[in-house]
Design a protein around this ligand. Structure first.
Ligand SMILES: [Fe+2]
Length: 295
């Protein structure tokens, strides 16, 4: 692979052959610092909101926390919150996903430019993303790790899309569970698979073993700043985080081509963690002020 090269046309050949490319040096430590601060801030607010004791002799205040020096401290803080209640981490994750810092990060122009080349769309085509997230994978938590799959049955199956994956805040290694791919497996198109609903775990739509055996597994160890771009049909799987105290932060992204006939914008569906506006209205003013008016 010519990972350091900037000649995207060259990379297109490689992408078509292998089903993926890794582009180096897309994100800088300045980009990561912004994300670090957002995570640290959201974690401190969560601790405060949920009455979790923070020892400020150990945990620096928000304006004293610095990246990358305090990354282990962010891990500790998140693991402490996770131990208290897993759903608190889910809430941090949801808040982070729509934070201005993350939206800036995920809308990186280089990523957009390369995505369009690899998708083979015009440079003015609008890309649509809504499942872009930074995953937080703590040690020894496999509830949301996925076996060998294609994305098609985890997303809008009729869309045309390109996937991205990138280490965030720290390198991703075998130990912290970096992504696995099957080189060249995109050539299968939609591979034969089974849909498994497993109690207490995320649904697993898994590719048949005979198909997987045809391709070489690759564990893609990646450096901060690298971005993996891969074909929507490429078989991939999560790794397990077998470290004792290191969180794996990773960007999982998907850019959909809005110009295809099959693209139909999904309906956004946000649900409150507390009460709806109407429920709050009733608490404030009582039901008597709810009018039902017929035309
Ligand atoms: Fe996936």
């Amino acid at each position: 692979m010519n990972e350091g090269k900037n000649n995207y046309e060259d990379r297109l050949k490689e992408f078509k052959e292998n089903g993926y490319i890794i582009q180096r040096g897309i994100y800088s430590d300045d980009d990561f610092e912004e994300l670090f601060i957002a995570f640290y801030d959201l974690a401190l607010s969560s601790a405060k909101r949920n009455s979790i004791f923070i020892d400020f002799d150990y945990f620096p205040s928000l304006n004293k926390a610095s990246y990358p020096e305090d990354l282990k401290i962010l891990d500790k803080l998140l693991l402490m919150i996770l131990k208290e209640n897993k759903s608190f981490i889910g809430e941090i994750y949801d808040a982070f996903s729509y934070s201005s810092a993350f939206l800036r990060f995920v809308s990186n122009r280089k990523v957009e430019e390369i995505s369009k080349i690899l998708l083979g769309v015009e440079k003015n085509t609008t890309l649509y993303g809504w499942t872009n997230r930074v995953r937080i994978d703590p040690p020894g938590d496999n509830r949301r790790t996925y076996g060998w799959h294609q994305e098609i049955f985890y997303t809008q199956p009729r869309f045309t899309y390109l996937q991205t994956w990138a280490p965030v805040l720290r390198d991703t290694t075998f130990e912290n569970g970096t992504i696995w791919i099957k080189e060249g497996s995109h050539k299968e198109g939609i591979a034969k698979q089974t849909w498994n609903e497993i109690e207490g775990r995320a649904t697993q739509v898994l590719i048949d073993k005979e198909i997987l055996n045809k391709y070489k597994s690759k564990n893609l160890k990646m450096k901060k700043g690298d971005v993996l771009f891969f074909n929507g049909f490429l078989a991939h799987s999560s790794g397990n985080n077998i470290t004792s105290d290191e969180i794996r932060y990773s960007l999982v992204g998907m850019w959909n081509d809005t110009s295809t006939l099959d693209f139909r914008a999904p309906i956004p569906n946000f649900t409150s963690r507390t009460e709806s506006a109407k429920e709050y209205f009733i608490k404030k003013f009582g039901k008597s002020r709810i009018n039902k008016i017929k035309n």
